[in-house]
Design a protein around this ligand. Structure first.
Ligand SMILES: Cc1cc2nc3c(=O)[nH]c(=O)nc-3n(C[C@H](O)[C@H](O)[C@H](O)COP(=O)(O)OP(=O)(O)OC[C@H]3O[C@@H](n4cnc5c(N)ncnc54)[C@H](O)[C@@H]3O)c2cc1C
Ligand code: FES
Length: 261
């Protein structure tokens, strides 16, 4: 479908927030799902690009995406502005399982990984459920959404690789330092970020026996289960492995399911 762009804003250098008018998507969207975006107006690039649903305003019929410019597709998307049309498919994929009301929730985001997690936090806010958020970035200027999350009542812990804001080091390092081993300070973890970060986080929370879900990224073709280009290695029956399609069975998977390499 074509959707009209309501707003396109550069929120940090190279990071954009795009808001489109798409009432049907806004009604159907669940945190963790994504849209498959046609980024340009020609056949180059041919393939759509998957971008997570970042925020939803059902009253206004608007859906927001938060993305980082990394290549041709995202650079073309960033050139669009208010009043332009953008073609999208979605909402696609399987989103996060919402926590029980009394669960102590931790959200761990690395860089642009905050994009889908913000939508989950928006849903928690609507349910009066606050979370502890661990937000990591390379540098302070790339910490996205921290103020908005705090204003919604979530407690935000910050880590930067260069030490320019918050804890100097990785977000998983900060998470490990903050949670009390063996205690019941965390009931459920949700995470999204670079593969290396997710691998380390999964090691920590599996050791602690904490359940959780991660949103993983793979390059995609069709986005609807037909081409198998987005296969992700997961644990299968016994000691075997099974390949699952990130666009259909994911992008959100239970913590113990993904095989990290
Ligand atoms: C389910 C899902 C949700 C996503 N949500 C977001 C989001 O909310 N915000 C956001 O900024 N990005 C998101 N991404 C990643 C985004 O799809 C890619 O950054 C985008 O497709 C790059 O397209 P491009 O043409 O700009 O770059 P390309 O020219 O295609 O690639 C540029 C560089 O980025 C790397 N790259 C491209 N695609 C991916 C990918 N899927 N995973 C890892 N590395 C990749 C390439 O290896 C290359 O180094 C998501 C990916 C998936 C699978
Ligand atoms: S992108 Fe085609 S099967 Fe997932």
């Amino acid at each position: 479908m074509d959707a009209g762009i309501v707003k396109q804003q550069e929120v940090a250098e190279g990071y954009f927030r795009l808001t489109v008018f798409a009432p049907a998507v806004a009604v159907a969207a669940k945190p963790g799902q994504f849209l498959h975006m046609r980024c340009g107006d020609t056949l180059d690039p041919l393939l759509r690009r998957p971008i997570s649903i970042h925020a939803v305003n059902r009253d206004k019929g608007e859906v927001a995406l938060l993305y980082k410019v990394v290549g041709k597709g995202t650079a073309l998307l960033a050139q669009k502005g208010k009043g332009d049309q953008v073609n999208l498919l979605g909402p696609l994929g399987k989103g996060f399982t919402l926590p029980e009301r009394n669960e102590k929730v931790c959200v761990v985001a690395g860089g642009i990984g905050i994009a889908p997690l913000f939508c989950l936090l928006q849903e928690l806010t609507a349910r009066n459920h606050s979370a502890a958020v661990f937000l990591g970035a390379a540098t302070g200027s790339q910490l996205l959404c921290a103020g908005e999350m705090e204003r919604c009542g979530h407690i935000v812990h910050i880590a930067t690789d260069d030490g320019s804001a918050g804890f100097p080091g990785t977000v998983t390092g900060l998470f490990e330092k903050t949670i009390t081993p063996g205690s019941s300070s965390v009931d459920r973890v949700y995470a999204c970020g670079p593969r290396r970060m997710l691998k380390r986080l999964c090691e920590i929370i599996r050791l602690e026996g904490i359940p959780g879900e991660v949103s993983v990224e793979e390059r995609m073709g069709c986005g609807v289960g037909a081409c198998l280009s987005c296969a992700c290695k997961t644990r299968g029956e016994g000691n075997g492995v099974a390949y699952k399609r990130v666009c259909m069975e994911g992008p959100v998977f239970p913590v113990g399911e993904v095989v990290w390499e």
